[in-house]
Design a protein around this ligand. Structure first.
Ligand SMILES: [Fe+2]
Ligand SMILES: [Fe+2]
Length: 319
């Protein structure tokens, strides 16, 4: 089932809406007349809409959860001046979406995705170390892996939470890495390859083909371990990749969070790994704060408290 009706297209009373959406809220309540009903929040890339379920509540309640992509049968109606869906059937999609359909459900980043992909190709082209070049060619040739790398968000809630966010974040860290290599030194090719692949485990840690959340593997293993597994597999498929370079790249993936309490079992142990760690932290934090400030301002100057970063943020306004 491909998506044809978007939230922005829904208008007026009795407009039939039979399509796919992401569930953002789900709650069961009892009305004054003692009947059970459900309130459901639905969204796609173009907006959000509320829905109500009045019939077959017990049956439909078990067929979906918050975060699922669901197939909905409903009619749109105006209720207290707001559009609402009167839902008669709703159930979790029982197959994965195609990667190319993700953009129907999640916001896109500001940067044009095709330009980011061109930028990726240009960065890979500039790698001179023949082994790293070959490894990145193996990666680029793995269409399934690359499609996910090009489309996934970098996280479900913290930073670069949009289609293509993982690619944008990885490229941004790679470009910072090039600048760092020329300003403070280090092996440019190792830094850039490390930056490109540091978060690759996220393509298995996150599930965005049936929802927008962590996979069971992601919860159990995390993107660092999953990243090491993907890297090992890519290296196995790359002829003659040396052991020392294997350990160096694996260490960059393993140590990129910097500290044990941030999820890295090893601290960065050579300058290139220290560079990747700090630049990753810089890019993810700055973008995370910007994204937080976009939707969570307490007033004109100060944001709400950011639970992960444990701070409120100040908006500079030029007079
Ligand atoms: Fe990471
Ligand atoms: Fe990262």
């Amino acid at each position: 089932m491909s998506k044809t009706t978007f939230v922005r297209d829904i208008t007026g009373n009795q407009h039939e809406v039979n399509d796919l959406f992401v569930v953002t809220k789900k709650g069961t309540y009892t009305a004054k007349n003692n009947t059970k009903y459900m309130m459901v929040g639905l969204k796609d890339a173009t907006g959000s809409i509320d829905g109500r379920i009045w019939e077959r509540v017990d049956e439909l309640e078990g067929l979906f959860e918050k975060g699922d992509i669901v197939s909905v049968r409903s009619k749109a109606r105006l209720y207290q001046d707001r559009l609402q869906l009167h839902i008669t059937d709703i159930r979790k999609l029982d197959a994965d979406l195609a990667v190319c359909d993700i953009a129907h459900f999640y916001p896109c980043g500001d940067k044009e995705r095709s330009l980011l992909q061109e930028e990726y190709a240009a960065i890979v082209k500039e790698i001179k170390n023949p082994h790293l070049k070959e490894l990145l060619n193996t990666f680029t040739g793995d269409r399934q892996l690359l499609d996910r790398y090009f489309s996934y968000p970098a996280s479900t809630s913290v930073h670069h939470v949009y289609v293509g966010g993982l690619l944008e974040h990885s490229l941004s860290v790679a470009k910072l890495g090039m600048a760092a290599a020329s300003l403070i030194g280090g092996d440019r090719d190792i830094i850039v390859t490390g930056c490109i692949l540091h978060d690759i485990g996220k393509v298995h840690e996150l599930d965005i083909l049936r929802g927008f959340r962590f996979t069971d593997r992601g919860r159990l293993l995390g993107h660092i371990t999953l990243g090491v597994m993907i890297l090992e597999d890519l290296i196995r498929r790359t002829d003659g990749f040396p052991q020392d370079l294997t350990d160096i790249l694996t260490h960059i993936v393993v140590s990129h969070h910097g500290l044990e309490e941030w999820g890295s079992p090893k601290k960065p142990m050579f300058p290139e790994a220290i560079i990747v760690h700090h630049l990753d932290n810089l890019d993810s934090k700055v973008m995370g704060v910007r994204e937080h400030m976009k939707d969570n301002m307490a007033d004109e100057r100060w944001s709400d408290y950011h639970r992960l970063y444990e701070a409120k943020y100040y908006k500079i306004t030029s007079e």
